[in-house]
Design a protein around this ligand. Structure first.
Ligand code: ATP
Length: 601
């Protein structure tokens, strides 16, 4: 996998239109439906209480202040009611904010678990195209953006819309003609926001791209830190990063300027214009005593309508970004999962492999393997050698079912490899990969990998068999020592021994080794070779090795050349082939070792 983080979709597929991803949100929030309903109802109640305030105020003015009827009990009751409704409305609203935030958190948790589980079930071919940084960003950042979306949609948008509609209804009830004047606010604001978005879109787009560049540069530098420092490129990288960062700042300023100089003033101007229009139309009427209360009520309602509308419009940009994030998550979820064969009780008992006429290319138009035929009896030891790029790892990937061959067939114990149920297949197979992978967990957990039936005794037995026990015992807390990030560092060779212990702990029927001994010293390698020899007859071992001594004892050695099986036989047989490729490889390696020994001396 490559390592970068940028904006385009993970696999190059175009996500559908952002607004169509609402279904994803509804899906994740489905179990919360009763909560949402209750929240909506309480928000409606809060809005109703809110709307009641100006009506009470109007009555206070019209019935008491203007006619000079100072009925203390009723006036006190009105004031107390205004206070109570105002307070209850804000309290209810706050309570709903917490409720909706809870719904958002739980929905995002559900969504993130779903996305992660989905990524784990994707076929290996997907990861060839995927960019690690982007994938991580899908599972973390994008789902977090969806959290924002929930909060905004469920709370700000819903609440503000209810308050605006409630106020308009109350205004219509008081004076529908004046309400119509206020209602012109809504389309006017929409126009302002659309205009603003069109004007500011380039700056917003540029800022996002630059933020993505910053992330990508950071990820790239972290991944290649050793090379970067060793080659003295740190200064140049810092300069490049500084330039991007400065550009990002300028672009962000342009974005904020558009907001400060265009959007907010335009909205405020609209607000003032509206107030003036309403006051003006009051002035044109005959100002009877009753109208003062109405004016008060209208001015209060205008304030109640303007602020939520500004809230909605100001959040529009963020909302759109969150929608884009949701659509990217949706596109990832739309990637087809691996379709494993049905659980039908098939198992791998002996571990005999048969490869017949297999051809394969990552891109079908450019085959990497051509017509491979091999018979691997159960319990035998097979070595695969060949030049770099000759197709060794590819052949292993086919045997591991990471890809399907385009031609030919692979069978295990007489049944098609693809027909073995997933769980049975993974149970029967062990892999020591080219680049051992350690989790940030204890040595024990790294060997057991949470597989059932692998306790302390099995872990230690596997470590003994992989010749890893001695170095583990010398670690500060032995098998409980934490490895990986923040834990103890182990050498590359030790990682390989741990990976071997991990594979052996699963008591596989078939063990695949991809360059498993490339980084360990000769003495340890000999011991690992001895360990492999003890598996002979019990476990089928298929090992790729550049270091030819590892597979010297193999029952058969497959020599690949440009994706074709060029030679096959035991070490002795292949060494007997005059001008043979294997023989040449052995001679070259012997020469190289002799040179290295001379240099060391
Ligand atoms: N995931 C992939 N997508 C596309 N092409 C690939 C992929 N992996 C390998 N290839 C190509 O397939 C060919 C065989 O690669 P493979 O990794 O099988 O070789 P190898 O013999 O294992 O090499 P090495 O000894 O360097 O590990 C190479 O040309 C390589 O570029």
């Amino acid at each position: 996998m490559k390592d970068a983080s940028a904006d385009p979709p993970v696999t190059g597929k175009t996500p559908e239109r952002p607004w169509q991803s609402v279904g994803l949100l509804l899906d994740a929030a489905r179990p919360e439906r009763p909560q949402l309903l209750r929240g909506g109802l309480w928000l409606l109640t809060a809005a109703a209480l809110d709307v009641l305030g100006p009506i009470l105020g109007k009555r206070y003015i019209d019935h008491h202040l203007l006619p000079g009827r100072y009925d203390i009990a009723e006036m006190g009751a009105l004031l107390a009611l205004m206070l109570a409704t105002g307070w209850a409305a804000s309290w209810l609203r706050y309570a709903q904010l917490s409720r909706m935030a809870g719904v958002a958190r739980r929905s995002v948790l559900r969504l993130r678990e779903r996305v992660y589980a989905h990524v784990l079930a994707l076929p290996m071919a997907f990861f060839d195209k995927a960019i690690t940084g982007q994938l991580v960003s899908r599972v973390t950042n994008d789902t977090e953006a969806v959290n924002q979306l929930y909060r905004q949609v469920l709370y700000v948008m819903l609440d503000s819309t209810i308050v605006v509609l409630g106020s308009l209804v109350a205004m219509a009830w008081l004076d529908w003609r004046l309400m119509l004047i206020v209602a012109t606010l809504v389309p006017a604001m929409v126009l302002i926001v659309l205009g603003y978005q069109r004007l500011s879109a380039p700056a917003v787009q540029r800022t996002r791209q630059l933020r993505s560049d910053i992330n990508a540069q950071m990820a790239e530098s972290m991944a290649g830190m050793a090379v970067l420092q060793a080659s003295g490129a740190a200064g140049r990288f810092a300069e490049r990063f500084g330039a991007t960062n400065a550009e990002h700042r300028l672009s962000r300023i342009a974005e904020l300027r558009a907001n400060a100089w265009l959007l907010r003033p335009a909205l405020d101007l609209l607000n003032v214009l509206l107030l003036v229009t309403v006051i003006y139309s009051f002035g044109r009427r005959e100002l009877s005593g009753l109208e003062v209360g109405l004016l008060y009520a209208f001015l209060s309602y205008i304030a109640r309508v303007v602020e939520p509308l500004i809230q909605i419009t100001m959040q529009f940009g963020q909302l759109q970004q969150a929608m884009v994030a949701a659509s990217r998550v949706k596109a990832l979820l739309a990637e087809a999962e691996q379709s494993g064969p049905p659980q039908d009780g098939r198992v791998i008992s002996a571990g005999a492999l048969r490869i017949e006429g297999v051809s394969f290319g990552y891109d079908p138009a450019r085959p990497v393997l051509h017509g491979i035929d091999v018979d691997i009896p159960a319990g035998s030891f097979v070595g695969i050698v060949g030049h770099t790029g000759s197709g060794k790892s590819t052949l292993l990937s086919l045997l591991l079912r990471f890809y399907d061959a385009q031609q030919g067939r692979i069978s295990v114990d007489g049944q098609p490899l693809a027909a073995v149920p997933d769980a049975a297949f993974r149970d029967a197979v062990g892999l020591v990969p080219q680049e051992p992978y350690l989790m940030a967990a204890s040595v024990r957990d790294n060997i057991a990998m949470g597989r059932p039936g692998i306790g302390a005794a099995e872990v230690e037995a596997a470590a003994q068999a992989a010749r890893a026990h001695d170095f583990i015992a010398a670690l500060p807390q032995g098998y409980d020592t934490l490895l990986g990030e923040g834990g103890a560092r182990v050498s590359t060779g030790q990682k390989q021994l741990l990976a071997m212990a991990r594979a052996l702990a699963g008591t596989p029927r078939i063990l695949f080794l991809d360059e498993a001994t490339s980084n360990i010293d000769s003495a340890t390698e000999r011991r690992v070779s001895d360990a492999l020899a003890t598996l002979h007859g019990r476990v089928t071992v298929v090992a790729i090795a550049h270091r030819l001594s590892t597979i010297r004892a193999a029952d058969q050695i497959l020599v690949l050349n440009h994706g074709r099986l060029q030679e096959r036989g035991t070490h002795e047989v292949l060494m007997g082939l005059d001008g043979g490729l294997y023989r040449r490889l052995v001679e070259l390696q012997t020469l190289a070792e002799a040179d290295a020994a001379d240099e060391a001396a």
